[in-house]
Ligand binder design. Sequence first.
Ligand SMILES: Cc1cc2nc3c(=O)[nH]c(=O)nc-3n(C[C@H](O)[C@H](O)[C@H](O)COP(=O)(O)OP(=O)(O)OC[C@H]3O[C@@H](n4cnc5c(N)ncnc54)[C@H](O)[C@@H]3O)c2cc1C
Length: 381
Amino acid sequence: MDIETDVLIVGGGIAGCSAAYYLARDGVEVALVDRGEVGRGASGRNAGSLHQQLMPFTFREGSARERQARVDTLPLMVAASGVWQELSRELDGDIELRIIGGLMVAETDEQMAFLADKAALEQDQGLDVHMVSGNELRTLAPYLSEAVIGAEYAPGEGKLNPLRAIAGLVQGAKRSGARFFEGRELLDLERGPADFTALLTGGRVRCRRVLNAAGPWAAQVAAKVGVSLAVEPNCVQSSVTERTTPLVGHLVCHAEKILSLKQVTNGGLIIGGGWPAKIDPATSDLTVLAENVRANVALACQMVPDLERKRLLRSWAGVNIRSDGKPFLGEVPGVPGFYNAVPPDAGLTMGPICAKLVAEQMTGRPTSLDIGMFTIERAAP
Ligand SMILES: Cc1cc2nc3c(=O)[nH]c(=O)nc-3n(C[C@H](O)[C@H](O)[C@H](O)COP(=O)(O)OP(=O)(O)OC[C@H]3O[C@@H](n4cnc5c(N)ncnc54)[C@H](O)[C@@H]3O)c2cc1C
């Protein structure tokens, strides 16, 4: 492999594949490399939730700076849903995007008060959310336990099939001329006066520009041009039940505890929310933690008692992104031609909007949303 291209994308997850799709569609010459297989990182292992609301365990427990970062990112979360809806019309095949609404449930008055404050903050940022309780909640979600006294409802939340979405993006990008290379790890990046030379396992790419879409490993890629990026890997796990008749009609999260629950198109119920898994630092092997599966599933059963009669089919782990809660977007000052497209932890939701904004910048257009707050300059590591 010894090629030349205008843009080299490093990383074939949802961010990289979306960037390839948008750039190639705009006539930009693109090559994407991944050290493994495209879509086999977090982007192919996630729970398929389309989030909008601030997640309590990150929003509540983080520092004041982290909380503000998440509030600053809300307008992008709102826009992300619109981008996914566009993609579901544009891509080949059904990506199983369904806007079913999301309920963040509360069991105590304290949790209700927290949600009400959170809803007010989110409404200020343009998010369509409101509180529901009593008969309204029972009618909306009869499957919820009596222990649930109320919820924050976000009608714009939903779910999608990430594997189908990645396949659709790759197909669309290839149709516009993008080239994909799997099993090629970026080992080094040399900067010339007006271009870059990327040294890969078994190959070399000369390119005018580089787009860093390496997700949890974006810091290692940025370090190759001397840039420090405050992103690190975070191992989490999810589980799925056997297929069953329609039971859970919304994306269900909890006001205080770690939970996301939804029923996907084939009838399986995906239970997750960000419970930790384990990674072996020497081999990078991932291990699902049984005690966390038990706690995660027990919580899901407390919220939806009918789940107790369903059998768990499988649990799996993946490596997510941990950062300050904001994406890293755009060209890096001082390194002309080097761009980042690194979403925050709700990276399936945010991957396409992040890639789209960076692609707009790379094609010399004004970005459809201001990305000033999301450049590398905003934060000390
Ligand atoms: C179990 C789990 C459940 C999740 N659930 C949800 C959810 O329901 N909703 C949601 O919004 N988000 C969810 N997420 C988060 C989301 O999946 C990720 O944030 C998102 O997929 C990150 O996308 P990415 O393209 O930035 O990175 P990735 O998908 O990790 O892709 C990065 C790619 O870069 C490649 N790479 C890295 N370094 C190099 C290199 N040096 N050279 C070449 N290639 C390289 C990797 O091989 C990888 O394929 C979940 C994550 C996990 C793990």
